[in-house]
Design a protein around this ligand. Structure first.
Ligand code: TRP
Length: 411
């Protein structure tokens, strides 16, 4: 990072961003809480307005296909990755044959990861393959110590185990570096130096405005945003980027945007490239679109280590249905795919556009019943989870260590 530090007093204040929810009728989205107010779930268009990001529209998707020469991922076509900041600049960069890097992360948890956790990683893997760029994955075990009742060593262990779940998505140590904060930061002075540069740019008032921190929050929380921001600057990893300044693209769920609004403000002041972003929606909980899938509620989630029987039972028992109360009524009125969770899951996991359109038509016309739609979802998700489990069973401790080793990777 360039030394562009001027005395703190002379610095203009960062704009204080809106609180995550502007008023009581709005959905609530911040890094810790996600709640939609209606049964169709979060109003993502409203969120784009509130956060000040850009919609990923038809034109951008066309340009994406033109620049990369690849068909857009179904997550893009179906609005699952729906919002961005500066994705056009990344495409322009790629067109000019210039490099950037990808950065994403995860706050490790003790529970098994669920299929919703995989969405950003699946998309990141796809981006990495298309653009042939290096990837950095941050595991914020420190974040979990600060926010949860967890000891340092427990959090470090969780990070190591979660890394296996992430690696099983299909990443390669040749161009992917994974680190957990509690072990890595102490070994990398450049990372810590960037953290301090960031910390010097943001006041308590500003983090209060962005994250809603209060007077009685522990001071670790107040500085934590600088730790999630630092990997968005290539100079934090001199062993990879050799102190070169490379732009960064961050795929993440929309709830992480506050960290990167802050990072982008800071970047401008440190004369570094602002990180670009692509934001995903949330995979809804089985019970309905008001809540995202959550690791702490076993009946709300399909876990990566669930058996075929568990998957089947959970979907049959809990997946909120947009069907009508009786078969007669359903045949007459048809089902509602905008609230139906089995259908929502199909939009995430069924790649075949034609088949998805057929199912939508048949369900909405009443030709397909709820039980049949649930069977479609079970038949798509079960093999997906089984294939994932096969890859996961082959991940060894040694493999994890090869990703964590501080080393140059292919840039
Ligand atoms: N705070 C994130 C979480 O709790 C983890 C994270 C760290 C992250 N860096 C990131 C997520 C970058 C997306 C992009 O899951």
């Amino acid at each position: 990072m360039a030394e562009a530090e001027v005395p703190v007093e002379n610095k203009p204040e960062l704009p204080i961003e809106n609180k995550p929810a502007a008023n009581e009728d709005d959905d609530f989205v911040d890094p810790w809480t996600v709640t939609g107010k209606s049964d169709t779930g979060i109003d993502y268009d409203k969120l784009i307005k509130r956060f000040g990001s850009q919609k990923i529209d038809y034109e951008l998707i066309q340009r994406f296909e033109k620049v990369t020469g690849k068909k857009a991922h179904h997550f893009l076509k179906r609005g699952i990755f729906f919002s961005h900041r500066d994705l056009h600049s990344i495409l322009t960069l790629h067109e000019a044959g210039k490099k950037f890097y990808l950065y994403t992360g995860r706050g490790p948890s003790s529970e098994s990861m669920h299929i919703g956790h995989m969405i950003p990683f699946m998309f990141t893997k796809w981006l990495q393959d298309i653009f042939e760029v290096p990837l950095i994955i941050q595991l914020t075990d420190d974040e979990k110590v600060l926010w949860r009742d967890l000891k340092i060593d427990e959090a470090r262990k969780m990070a190591f185990n979660n890394a296996k779940d992430i690696i099983a998505v299909g990443f390669n140590p040749e161009n992917t570096f994974i680190f957990n904060d509690l072990d890595f930061i102490g070994q990398c002075p450049a990372f810590y130096q960037n953290m301090v540069r960031i910390q010097k740019c943001v006041t308590f008032n500003q983090v209060k405005g962005i994250f809603g921190f209060g007077e009685s929050d522990v001071i670790g929380k107040i500085t934590f945003p600088s730790i999630e921001a630092a990997p968005a600057f290539s100079t934090s990893f001199p062993f990879i980027f050799d102190n070169k300044v490379l732009p960064c693209l961050v795929p993440c769920a929309i709830d992480q945007d506050p960290y990167f609004r802050m990072s982008r403000d800071v970047a401008a002041r440190l004369k570094m490239p602002k990180p670009a972003l692509v934001h995903s929606t949330f995979l809804p909980a089985l019970q309905g679109a008001q809540h995202k899938m959550s690791a702490s509620d076993p009946n709300a989630s399909i876990f990566l280590n669930d058996s075929p029987k568990q998957i089947k039972n959970k979907i049959n028992k809990f997946a909120f249905s947009g069907g009508q109360a009786t078969v007669e009524e359903h045949r007459m009125k048809g089902g509602n795919t905008t609230v139906d969770i089995s259908f929502k899951y199909l939009t995430f996991f069924l790649e075949d556009d034609k088949r998805l359109a057929e199912i939508k038509y048949q369900y909405e016309s009443g030709e397909m019943l709820t039980g049949e739609l649930k069977r479609e979802a079970i038949n798509v998700i079960t093999p997906w989870v089984q294939q994932y489990q096969q890859r996961r069973s082959k991940i060894t401790d040694e493999m994890v260590e090869s990703f964590f080793k501080i080393r140059p990777i292919k840039v």
